[in-house]
Write a protein that binds this ligand. Structure first.
Ligand SMILES: [Zn+2]
Length: 274
């Protein structure tokens, strides 16, 4: 599932243009067709096609794992979930499969929301903040100091891994970057949030920001997902490396289930009672 760096990379590509594709900023939407009604949260299929018509793309940004196209009247939001992707083509592509939504843009370009597993969701809203209302702070928010983070961790008493995955606690982290950040910070994934010291909290916040920044610089990770071009998967230190040796200490990297999620960590570098 795409996480903050992957969604950020898509937003940046569409904003700046990439390969042969120009920036989508300033383009207009001339036609919209919803092929799979349940991908669309709001409004209705008919209203969507009517309302989005002729709107201009003013900016493209990310909030948490949401991808947002700010249009002249409304905001078009995507959550890619398990298998969603946005594909751009210089002309209509009849061969493309699993297309849930298609948008005709300027210069003959088509933007497709492709989603084989159908978990992805689309919104067209006048107030995106309503959709974002449940989200916690962005990891790079300067307001999020170690002291503020420490206070948030101590207000709840939850295992740190599921807590970091909870988008209402912090927005943007998923399984990959959470495992990598906890490893870097030397914190066991099952440690209770209110048992972290201020020093551990600061280490964790720095580690989260570091792995996300490196992920963005690598254009995200291309793994169990259709996203092309990212290469952060080559820099994983624990994620899906169970059975291999920890680069720091040589201990075999372990995998456990936390909640419903596979969790990878080094039993020596990340001790529960430290
Ligand atoms: Zn280790």
């Amino acid at each position: 599932m795409p996480e903050l760096p992957e969604v950020e990379s898509i937003a940046r590509q569409f904003r700046q243009g990439f390969a042969e594709v120009p920036s989508l900023i300033g383009m207009h939407i001339h036609h919209a067709q919803v092929n799979w009604q349940r991908s669309l949260v709001t409004p209705s299929k008919d209203e969507f096609s009517k309302r989005i018509n002729q709107q201009e793309i003013l900016s493209i940004y990310r909030r948490g794992k949401f991808l947002a196209f700010q249009l002249s009247e409304d905001t078009l939001l995507f959550h890619l979930r398990m298998s969603g992707d946005l594909v751009i083509r210089p002309e209509y592509d009849q061969e493309l499969r699993h297309v849930r939504l298609e948008l005709a843009l300027d210069q003959g370009y088509w933007l497709y929301f492709v989603d084989p597993r159908k978990f992805g969701r689309v919104w067209l809203v006048s107030q995106p903040e309503q959709v974002f209302a449940h989200l916690g702070p962005e990891p790079f928010d300067p307001f999020l100091t170690p002291e503020v983070f420490f206070h948030s961790l101590h207000k709840v008493k939850r295992q740190i891994k599921p807590l970091l995955l909870d988008q209402s606690f912090m927005a943007g982290l998923g399984n990959i970057y959470t495992d990598e950040a906890l490893y870097r910070a030397g914190i066991h994934p099952l440690k209770l949030s209110n048992q972290l010291t201020l020093e551990q909290t600061e280490r964790l916040l720095n580690a989260i920001r570091e792995v996300l920044k490196e992920g963005i610089e690598a254009n995200g990770a291309s793994i169990d997902w259709v996203y092309r071009g990212g290469e952060f998967q080559n820099h994983f230190q624990v994620y899906q490396r169970d059975g291999e040796m920890c680069a720091r200490c040589g201990t075999i990297i372990a995998r456990i289930r936390v909640g419903q999620r596979s969790t990878h960590f080094c039993p020596s570098c990340q001790k529960l009672n430290e």
